[in-house]
Design a protein around this ligand. Sequence first.
Ligand code: PMT
Length: 418
Amino acid sequence: MPVTTNVALGVGGGIAAYKAAELARALMERGFSVQVLMTRSAEEFVRPLTFAALTGRKVLTHLFGAVSPEDTLDSAIEHIRVAQENQILVIAPATADLLAKLAHGMADDFLTTTYLAFTGPVVLAPAMNTNMWNHAATQENLRILRARGHVIVEPDEGILACGIVGPGRLAEPEVIAQAVSEVALSGANRASAKRDLEGETVLITAGPTQEPLDPVRYLSNRSSGKMGYALAEAASERGARVILVSGPVTLAAPALSSGIELIPVRTAVEMRQAVMDHLEQATLVIKAAAVADYHRANPPQQKVKKTAARLSLELDPTPDILAEVGRKKGDRLLVGFAAETENLIEEARRKMQSKNCDMVVANLVSQPGIGFDSDENEVTLVLRTGETIPVERASKSAIAHRIFDEMIKLRLALHSAQ
Ligand code: PMT
Protein backbone atom coordinates (compact mmCIF):
# COMPACT_ATOMS: atom_id res chain seq x y z
CA MET A 1 0.00 0.00 0.00
CA PRO A 2 1.48 3.47 -0.88
CA VAL A 3 2.63 5.58 2.09
CA THR A 4 -0.71 7.40 2.16
CA THR A 5 -3.72 6.20 0.26
CA ASN A 6 -5.91 9.12 -0.73
CA VAL A 7 -9.62 8.55 -0.27
CA ALA A 8 -12.37 10.72 -1.73
CA LEU A 9 -15.35 10.56 0.64
CA GLY A 10 -18.63 11.47 -1.03
CA VAL A 11 -21.43 12.39 1.38
CA GLY A 12 -25.03 12.02 0.24
CA GLY A 13 -28.03 13.89 1.62
CA GLY A 14 -29.54 11.59 4.16
CA ILE A 15 -30.24 11.75 7.89
CA ALA A 16 -27.16 9.51 8.28
CA ALA A 17 -24.91 12.21 6.79
CA TYR A 18 -23.78 13.12 10.28
CA LYS A 19 -22.23 9.62 10.60
CA ALA A 20 -19.98 10.47 7.64
CA ALA A 21 -18.05 12.71 10.03
CA GLU A 22 -17.31 9.65 12.21
CA LEU A 23 -16.32 7.77 9.05
CA ALA A 24 -13.93 10.54 8.00
CA ARG A 25 -12.30 10.35 11.41
CA ALA A 26 -12.10 6.51 11.29
CA LEU A 27 -10.44 6.66 7.86
CA MET A 28 -7.89 9.22 8.99
CA GLU A 29 -7.10 7.11 12.07
CA ARG A 30 -6.27 4.28 9.62
CA GLY A 31 -3.78 6.48 7.82
CA PHE A 32 -5.89 7.53 4.86
CA SER A 33 -5.94 11.13 3.67
CA VAL A 34 -9.57 12.17 3.17
CA GLN A 35 -11.01 14.62 0.66
CA VAL A 36 -14.72 15.22 1.30
CA LEU A 37 -17.22 15.90 -1.47
CA MET A 38 -20.82 16.78 -0.54
CA THR A 39 -24.05 16.84 -2.50
CA ARG A 40 -26.23 19.92 -2.10
CA SER A 41 -28.78 17.93 -0.10
CA ALA A 42 -26.03 16.66 2.20
CA GLU A 43 -25.37 20.27 3.18
CA GLU A 44 -28.93 20.38 4.53
CA PHE A 45 -27.91 17.79 7.14
CA VAL A 46 -24.29 18.62 7.95
CA ARG A 47 -22.35 21.85 7.42
CA PRO A 48 -19.25 21.57 5.18
CA LEU A 49 -17.34 23.30 7.98
CA THR A 50 -17.68 20.15 10.10
CA PHE A 51 -15.71 18.11 7.52
CA ALA A 52 -13.26 20.94 6.80
CA ALA A 53 -12.42 21.14 10.50
CA LEU A 54 -12.07 17.35 10.71
CA THR A 55 -9.95 16.80 7.61
CA GLY A 56 -8.13 20.12 7.51
CA ARG A 57 -9.03 20.35 3.82
CA LYS A 58 -11.46 22.36 1.69
CA VAL A 59 -14.76 20.53 1.26
CA LEU A 60 -15.92 20.34 -2.35
CA THR A 61 -19.62 20.92 -2.64
CA HIS A 62 -20.71 21.69 -6.17
CA LEU A 63 -19.33 21.96 -9.67
CA PHE A 64 -19.47 25.65 -10.28
CA GLY A 65 -19.14 27.60 -7.05
CA ALA A 66 -16.38 29.97 -7.97
CA VAL A 67 -16.24 33.79 -7.97
CA SER A 68 -13.71 34.85 -10.59
CA PRO A 69 -13.51 33.48 -14.18
CA GLU A 70 -10.18 31.76 -13.32
CA ASP A 71 -11.81 30.11 -10.31
CA THR A 72 -14.72 29.02 -12.51
CA LEU A 73 -12.29 27.21 -14.80
CA ASP A 74 -10.52 25.67 -11.81
CA SER A 75 -13.73 24.49 -10.21
CA ALA A 76 -15.03 23.23 -13.55
CA ILE A 77 -12.13 20.82 -13.88
CA GLU A 78 -11.52 20.24 -10.18
CA HIS A 79 -13.56 17.01 -10.29
CA ILE A 80 -10.98 15.65 -12.74
CA ARG A 81 -8.21 16.54 -10.29
CA VAL A 82 -10.08 14.88 -7.43
CA ALA A 83 -10.69 11.78 -9.56
CA GLN A 84 -7.00 11.59 -10.46
CA GLU A 85 -5.56 12.34 -7.01
CA ASN A 86 -7.54 9.75 -5.06
CA GLN A 87 -7.05 5.99 -5.13
CA ILE A 88 -10.43 5.01 -3.63
CA LEU A 89 -13.88 6.64 -3.85
CA VAL A 90 -16.20 6.00 -0.89
CA ILE A 91 -19.79 7.25 -0.85
CA ALA A 92 -21.56 7.23 2.53
CA PRO A 93 -24.46 7.61 2.97
CA ALA A 94 -25.32 6.57 -0.58
CA THR A 95 -28.96 7.56 -0.90
CA ALA A 96 -31.44 5.87 -3.25
CA ASP A 97 -31.21 8.90 -5.54
CA LEU A 98 -27.42 8.76 -5.61
CA LEU A 99 -27.43 5.01 -6.34
CA ALA A 100 -29.78 5.64 -9.27
CA LYS A 101 -27.58 8.40 -10.65
CA LEU A 102 -24.40 6.32 -10.30
CA ALA A 103 -26.00 3.24 -11.89
CA HIS A 104 -27.15 5.24 -14.91
CA GLY A 105 -24.15 7.52 -15.32
CA MET A 106 -25.89 10.78 -14.50
CA ALA A 107 -23.57 13.66 -13.58
CA ASP A 108 -25.31 16.76 -12.37
CA ASP A 109 -23.16 17.69 -9.40
CA PHE A 110 -19.59 17.51 -8.16
CA LEU A 111 -19.87 14.05 -6.63
CA THR A 112 -21.59 12.31 -9.55
CA THR A 113 -19.26 14.03 -12.03
CA THR A 114 -16.23 12.93 -10.06
CA TYR A 115 -17.63 9.36 -9.99
CA LEU A 116 -17.80 9.25 -13.78
CA ALA A 117 -14.23 10.54 -14.06
CA PHE A 118 -12.94 8.09 -11.43
CA THR A 119 -11.31 4.84 -12.59
CA GLY A 120 -10.33 3.26 -9.28
CA PRO A 121 -12.23 1.06 -6.79
CA VAL A 122 -15.56 2.36 -5.43
CA VAL A 123 -17.08 1.56 -2.02
CA LEU A 124 -20.78 2.37 -1.53
CA ALA A 125 -22.55 2.43 1.86
CA PRO A 126 -26.29 2.79 1.19
CA ALA A 127 -28.72 4.26 3.73
CA MET A 128 -32.44 4.85 3.25
CA ASN A 129 -35.95 3.99 4.39
CA THR A 130 -36.62 0.22 4.38
CA ASN A 131 -39.30 0.39 1.69
CA MET A 132 -36.99 2.39 -0.53
CA TRP A 133 -34.22 -0.16 0.09
CA ASN A 134 -36.51 -3.05 -0.83
CA HIS A 135 -37.91 -1.32 -3.92
CA ALA A 136 -37.18 -3.15 -7.18
CA ALA A 137 -35.67 0.01 -8.69
CA THR A 138 -33.15 0.35 -5.88
CA GLN A 139 -32.30 -3.36 -5.98
CA GLU A 140 -31.81 -3.20 -9.77
CA ASN A 141 -29.49 -0.21 -9.39
CA LEU A 142 -27.51 -2.13 -6.76
CA ARG A 143 -27.26 -5.13 -9.11
CA ILE A 144 -25.81 -2.90 -11.81
CA LEU A 145 -23.33 -1.33 -9.40
CA ARG A 146 -22.26 -4.73 -7.99
CA ALA A 147 -21.76 -6.08 -11.49
CA ARG A 148 -19.51 -3.08 -12.14
CA GLY A 149 -17.32 -4.48 -9.36
CA HIS A 150 -18.17 -1.86 -6.72
CA VAL A 151 -18.07 -2.90 -3.05
CA ILE A 152 -21.48 -2.48 -1.37
CA VAL A 153 -21.37 -2.20 2.44
CA GLU A 154 -24.82 -3.57 3.26
CA PRO A 155 -26.98 -1.35 5.52
CA ASP A 156 -27.82 -2.55 9.01
CA GLU A 157 -31.26 -3.60 10.21
CA GLY A 158 -32.89 -1.67 13.05
CA ILE A 159 -35.18 1.25 13.91
CA LEU A 160 -34.76 3.96 11.29
CA ALA A 161 -35.26 7.67 11.79
CA CYS A 162 -38.67 7.33 10.18
CA GLY A 163 -39.65 4.84 12.89
CA ILE A 164 -39.81 1.81 10.58
CA VAL A 165 -37.85 -1.29 11.67
CA GLY A 166 -35.88 -3.06 8.92
CA PRO A 167 -32.81 -2.79 6.65
CA GLY A 168 -31.68 0.65 5.64
CA ARG A 169 -29.58 2.02 8.51
CA LEU A 170 -26.12 3.14 7.41
CA ALA A 171 -23.53 0.54 8.40
CA GLU A 172 -21.33 1.52 11.34
CA PRO A 173 -18.45 3.85 10.33
CA GLU A 174 -15.88 1.33 11.58
CA VAL A 175 -17.39 -1.36 9.30
CA ILE A 176 -17.23 0.97 6.30
CA ALA A 177 -13.67 2.01 7.16
CA GLN A 178 -12.67 -1.67 7.39
CA ALA A 179 -14.16 -2.31 3.93
CA VAL A 180 -12.07 0.59 2.58
CA SER A 181 -8.94 -0.84 4.21
CA GLU A 182 -9.58 -4.23 2.58
CA VAL A 183 -10.03 -2.58 -0.82
CA ALA A 184 -6.81 -0.62 -0.35
CA LEU A 185 -4.96 -3.77 0.65
CA SER A 186 -6.32 -5.89 -2.22
CA GLY A 187 -5.61 -3.05 -4.62
CA ALA A 188 -2.05 -2.79 -3.36
CA ASN A 189 -1.69 -6.57 -3.55
CA ARG A 190 -3.05 -6.59 -7.09
CA ALA A 191 -0.83 -3.63 -7.99
CA SER A 192 2.20 -5.57 -6.90
CA ALA A 193 1.00 -8.95 -8.12
CA LYS A 194 -0.75 -7.46 -11.13
CA ARG A 195 1.93 -8.90 -13.43
CA ASP A 196 1.75 -12.34 -11.85
CA LEU A 197 0.81 -13.93 -15.19
CA GLU A 198 3.67 -12.35 -17.13
CA GLY A 199 5.21 -14.92 -19.48
CA GLU A 200 2.11 -17.13 -19.43
CA THR A 201 0.05 -17.94 -22.54
CA VAL A 202 -3.56 -18.53 -21.53
CA LEU A 203 -5.86 -20.36 -23.96
CA ILE A 204 -9.50 -19.63 -23.08
CA THR A 205 -12.75 -20.79 -24.68
CA ALA A 206 -15.90 -18.73 -24.21
CA GLY A 207 -19.51 -18.47 -25.26
CA PRO A 208 -21.86 -21.02 -26.85
CA THR A 209 -21.46 -23.04 -30.01
CA GLN A 210 -24.12 -23.12 -32.74
CA GLU A 211 -24.85 -26.51 -34.31
CA PRO A 212 -26.72 -26.19 -37.66
CA LEU A 213 -29.87 -28.29 -38.10
CA ASP A 214 -30.28 -26.99 -41.63
CA PRO A 215 -29.18 -23.78 -43.41
CA VAL A 216 -31.44 -21.59 -41.27
CA ARG A 217 -31.87 -23.40 -37.93
CA TYR A 218 -29.36 -24.33 -35.26
CA LEU A 219 -29.02 -25.76 -31.76
CA SER A 220 -27.35 -23.51 -29.17
CA ASN A 221 -27.60 -22.38 -25.53
CA ARG A 222 -27.79 -19.25 -23.38
CA SER A 223 -24.09 -18.66 -22.87
CA SER A 224 -23.27 -14.96 -23.42
CA GLY A 225 -19.49 -15.34 -23.23
CA LYS A 226 -19.24 -12.97 -20.24
CA MET A 227 -17.44 -15.47 -18.00
CA GLY A 228 -14.84 -16.35 -20.64
CA TYR A 229 -14.31 -12.74 -21.68
CA ALA A 230 -13.89 -11.74 -18.02
CA LEU A 231 -11.20 -14.42 -17.70
CA ALA A 232 -9.47 -13.12 -20.84
CA GLU A 233 -9.48 -9.54 -19.57
CA ALA A 234 -8.24 -10.55 -16.12
CA ALA A 235 -5.38 -12.58 -17.62
CA SER A 236 -4.46 -9.72 -19.93
CA GLU A 237 -4.50 -7.23 -17.02
CA ARG A 238 -2.12 -9.51 -15.13
CA GLY A 239 0.41 -9.64 -17.96
CA ALA A 240 -0.45 -12.86 -19.80
CA ARG A 241 -0.62 -13.44 -23.54
CA VAL A 242 -4.26 -14.44 -24.16
CA ILE A 243 -5.76 -16.53 -26.95
CA LEU A 244 -9.56 -16.33 -26.74
CA VAL A 245 -11.52 -18.87 -28.80
CA SER A 246 -15.07 -17.54 -28.81
CA GLY A 247 -18.40 -18.90 -29.98
CA PRO A 248 -20.94 -16.43 -31.40
CA VAL A 249 -21.61 -13.72 -28.77
CA THR A 250 -22.97 -10.17 -28.75
CA LEU A 251 -20.17 -8.92 -26.49
CA ALA A 252 -17.80 -6.33 -27.94
CA ALA A 253 -14.51 -7.83 -29.04
CA PRO A 254 -11.71 -7.12 -26.54
CA ALA A 255 -9.95 -3.82 -27.16
CA LEU A 256 -6.98 -4.13 -29.52
CA SER A 257 -4.88 -2.52 -26.77
CA SER A 258 -5.59 -5.53 -24.56
CA GLY A 259 -3.46 -7.71 -26.84
CA ILE A 260 -6.05 -10.48 -26.56
CA GLU A 261 -6.00 -12.64 -29.71
CA LEU A 262 -9.66 -13.33 -30.56
CA ILE A 263 -10.48 -16.42 -32.64
CA PRO A 264 -14.20 -16.53 -33.51
CA VAL A 265 -15.72 -19.96 -34.16
CA ARG A 266 -19.27 -21.27 -34.58
CA THR A 267 -19.55 -25.01 -34.08
CA ALA A 268 -18.04 -27.45 -31.58
CA VAL A 269 -15.99 -28.96 -34.42
CA GLU A 270 -14.57 -25.52 -35.31
CA MET A 271 -13.91 -24.77 -31.60
CA ARG A 272 -12.06 -28.05 -31.24
CA GLN A 273 -9.88 -27.28 -34.25
CA ALA A 274 -9.04 -23.80 -32.95
CA VAL A 275 -8.14 -25.19 -29.51
CA MET A 276 -5.92 -27.91 -30.96
CA ASP A 277 -4.22 -25.43 -33.30
CA HIS A 278 -3.16 -23.26 -30.33
CA LEU A 279 -2.70 -25.82 -27.55
CA GLU A 280 1.04 -26.14 -28.16
CA GLN A 281 1.63 -22.48 -27.27
CA ALA A 282 -0.51 -22.50 -24.11
CA THR A 283 0.77 -22.83 -20.54
CA LEU A 284 -2.69 -22.41 -18.98
CA VAL A 285 -5.95 -23.64 -20.52
CA ILE A 286 -9.42 -22.60 -19.30
CA LYS A 287 -12.51 -24.08 -20.94
CA ALA A 288 -15.35 -21.73 -20.04
CA ALA A 289 -17.30 -22.25 -23.27
CA ALA A 290 -20.72 -23.91 -23.25
CA VAL A 291 -19.95 -26.38 -26.00
CA ALA A 292 -22.93 -28.22 -27.46
CA ASP A 293 -22.86 -31.88 -26.49
CA TYR A 294 -24.75 -32.99 -29.60
CA HIS A 295 -24.92 -31.93 -33.23
CA ARG A 296 -26.37 -33.02 -36.53
CA ALA A 297 -23.37 -34.64 -38.12
CA ASN A 298 -24.50 -33.96 -41.72
CA PRO A 299 -27.12 -31.22 -41.83
CA PRO A 300 -29.15 -31.03 -45.07
CA GLN A 301 -28.21 -28.40 -47.65
CA GLN A 302 -31.81 -27.20 -47.92
CA LYS A 303 -34.18 -25.82 -45.29
CA VAL A 304 -36.30 -28.59 -43.76
CA LYS A 305 -39.87 -27.99 -44.85
CA LYS A 306 -42.56 -27.79 -42.21
CA THR A 307 -45.22 -30.51 -42.37
CA ALA A 308 -47.98 -31.58 -40.05
CA ALA A 309 -46.00 -34.70 -39.16
CA ARG A 310 -43.66 -34.91 -36.14
CA LEU A 311 -40.05 -34.11 -36.93
CA SER A 312 -37.50 -36.44 -35.31
CA LEU A 313 -33.83 -35.50 -35.35
CA GLU A 314 -30.92 -37.87 -34.95
CA LEU A 315 -28.13 -36.09 -33.11
CA ASP A 316 -24.59 -37.36 -32.62
CA PRO A 317 -22.18 -36.50 -29.79
CA THR A 318 -19.82 -33.61 -30.55
CA PRO A 319 -16.07 -34.00 -29.96
CA ASP A 320 -15.30 -33.70 -26.22
CA ILE A 321 -12.66 -30.97 -26.45
CA LEU A 322 -11.92 -30.87 -22.71
CA ALA A 323 -11.32 -34.62 -22.57
CA GLU A 324 -9.01 -34.43 -25.61
CA VAL A 325 -7.03 -31.54 -24.11
CA GLY A 326 -6.84 -33.55 -20.88
CA ARG A 327 -5.17 -36.38 -22.77
CA LYS A 328 -2.64 -34.00 -24.33
CA LYS A 329 -2.21 -31.73 -21.31
CA GLY A 330 1.46 -32.26 -20.61
CA ASP A 331 2.53 -29.96 -17.77
CA ARG A 332 -0.06 -27.34 -18.65
CA LEU A 333 -2.59 -26.36 -16.01
CA LEU A 334 -6.05 -27.38 -17.29
CA VAL A 335 -9.22 -25.78 -15.89
CA GLY A 336 -12.64 -27.04 -16.91
CA PHE A 337 -16.08 -25.73 -15.99
CA ALA A 338 -19.14 -27.63 -14.86
CA ALA A 339 -22.59 -26.21 -15.50
CA GLU A 340 -24.88 -28.25 -13.29
CA THR A 341 -28.42 -28.08 -11.97
CA GLU A 342 -27.90 -30.68 -9.21
CA ASN A 343 -25.13 -32.71 -7.52
CA LEU A 344 -22.76 -29.83 -8.23
CA ILE A 345 -19.64 -30.98 -6.38
CA GLU A 346 -20.00 -34.66 -7.24
CA GLU A 347 -20.45 -33.88 -10.94
CA ALA A 348 -17.54 -31.43 -10.93
CA ARG A 349 -15.28 -33.96 -9.21
CA ARG A 350 -16.32 -36.63 -11.72
CA LYS A 351 -15.47 -34.31 -14.62
CA MET A 352 -12.17 -33.35 -13.05
CA GLN A 353 -11.12 -36.98 -12.77
CA SER A 354 -12.53 -38.24 -16.06
CA LYS A 355 -11.08 -35.36 -18.11
CA ASN A 356 -7.76 -35.03 -16.27
CA CYS A 357 -8.41 -31.45 -15.17
CA ASP A 358 -6.41 -29.75 -12.41
CA MET A 359 -9.40 -27.61 -11.44
CA VAL A 360 -13.09 -27.55 -12.30
CA VAL A 361 -15.08 -24.33 -11.80
CA ALA A 362 -18.52 -25.54 -10.79
CA ASN A 363 -21.57 -23.30 -11.08
CA LEU A 364 -25.17 -24.16 -10.25
CA VAL A 365 -26.67 -22.64 -13.38
CA SER A 366 -30.26 -23.21 -12.21
CA GLN A 367 -29.67 -20.53 -9.51
CA PRO A 368 -31.23 -17.20 -10.53
CA GLY A 369 -28.86 -14.31 -11.20
CA ILE A 370 -25.72 -16.37 -11.77
CA GLY A 371 -24.35 -18.56 -14.55
CA PHE A 372 -25.65 -18.15 -18.08
CA ASP A 373 -25.86 -14.57 -19.37
CA SER A 374 -25.61 -13.00 -15.93
CA ASP A 375 -23.19 -10.25 -14.84
CA GLU A 376 -22.39 -12.16 -11.68
CA ASN A 377 -21.47 -15.71 -10.84
CA GLU A 378 -21.11 -17.91 -7.76
CA VAL A 379 -18.78 -20.89 -8.10
CA THR A 380 -17.05 -23.68 -6.22
CA LEU A 381 -13.52 -24.47 -7.29
CA VAL A 382 -12.86 -28.24 -7.18
CA LEU A 383 -9.13 -28.87 -7.18
CA ARG A 384 -7.04 -31.92 -8.07
CA THR A 385 -5.51 -31.63 -4.58
CA GLY A 386 -8.92 -32.59 -3.20
CA GLU A 387 -9.70 -29.08 -1.94
CA THR A 388 -13.02 -27.44 -2.74
CA ILE A 389 -13.12 -23.63 -2.50
CA PRO A 390 -16.52 -21.88 -2.43
CA VAL A 391 -16.38 -18.41 -4.01
CA GLU A 392 -19.28 -16.17 -3.01
CA ARG A 393 -21.41 -14.36 -5.55
CA ALA A 394 -19.56 -11.50 -7.25
CA SER A 395 -18.99 -9.90 -10.64
CA LYS A 396 -17.60 -12.27 -13.26
CA SER A 397 -14.51 -10.08 -13.32
CA ALA A 398 -13.93 -10.59 -9.58
CA ILE A 399 -14.59 -14.34 -9.99
CA ALA A 400 -12.11 -14.45 -12.90
CA HIS A 401 -9.37 -12.86 -10.78
CA ARG A 402 -10.08 -15.29 -7.95
CA ILE A 403 -9.81 -18.23 -10.36
CA PHE A 404 -6.38 -17.03 -11.44
CA ASP A 405 -5.35 -16.43 -7.82
CA GLU A 406 -6.20 -20.05 -7.01
CA MET A 407 -4.67 -21.42 -10.24
CA ILE A 408 -1.34 -19.86 -9.37
CA LYS A 409 -1.44 -21.39 -5.87
CA LEU A 410 -2.55 -24.76 -7.28
CA ARG A 411 0.29 -24.96 -9.76
CA LEU A 412 2.80 -24.25 -6.99
CA ALA A 413 1.18 -26.98 -4.85
CA LEU A 414 1.23 -29.51 -7.72
CA HIS A 415 4.84 -28.75 -8.64
CA SER A 416 6.03 -29.00 -5.04
CA ALA A 417 4.21 -32.35 -4.72
CA GLN A 418 6.14 -33.76 -7.71
O1 PMT B 1 -21.03 -17.39 -20.91
P1 PMT B 1 -21.80 -16.89 -19.74
O2 PMT B 1 -23.13 -16.36 -20.12
O3 PMT B 1 -20.97 -15.94 -18.92
O4 PMT B 1 -22.11 -18.16 -18.79
C1 PMT B 1 -21.03 -18.74 -18.14
C2 PMT B 1 -21.18 -20.28 -18.19
C3 PMT B 1 -22.37 -20.68 -17.36
C4 PMT B 1 -21.35 -20.73 -19.63
C5 PMT B 1 -19.88 -20.86 -17.59
O5 PMT B 1 -19.74 -20.42 -16.24
C6 PMT B 1 -19.90 -22.37 -17.65
O6 PMT B 1 -20.44 -23.04 -16.78
N1 PMT B 1 -19.32 -22.89 -18.74
C7 PMT B 1 -19.35 -24.34 -19.00
C8 PMT B 1 -20.65 -24.69 -19.61
C9 PMT B 1 -20.67 -26.14 -20.03
O7 PMT B 1 -20.75 -26.52 -21.16
O8 PMT B 1 -20.56 -26.90 -18.92
P2 PMT B 1 -20.61 -28.54 -19.10
O9 PMT B 1 -20.68 -29.06 -17.69
O10 PMT B 1 -21.68 -28.94 -20.07
O11 PMT B 1 -19.19 -28.88 -19.78
C10 PMT B 1 -18.11 -29.29 -18.95
C11 PMT B 1 -16.80 -28.80 -19.55
O12 PMT B 1 -16.53 -29.51 -20.75
C12 PMT B 1 -16.75 -27.32 -19.88
O13 PMT B 1 -15.46 -26.86 -19.56
C13 PMT B 1 -16.95 -27.31 -21.41
O14 PMT B 1 -16.25 -26.20 -22.00
C14 PMT B 1 -16.30 -28.61 -21.81
N2 PMT B 1 -16.86 -29.25 -23.01
C15 PMT B 1 -18.16 -29.64 -23.04
C16 PMT B 1 -18.64 -30.28 -24.16
C17 PMT B 1 -17.77 -30.53 -25.25
N3 PMT B 1 -18.20 -31.15 -26.34
N4 PMT B 1 -16.48 -30.16 -25.18
C18 PMT B 1 -16.01 -29.52 -24.08
O15 PMT B 1 -14.84 -29.15 -24.01
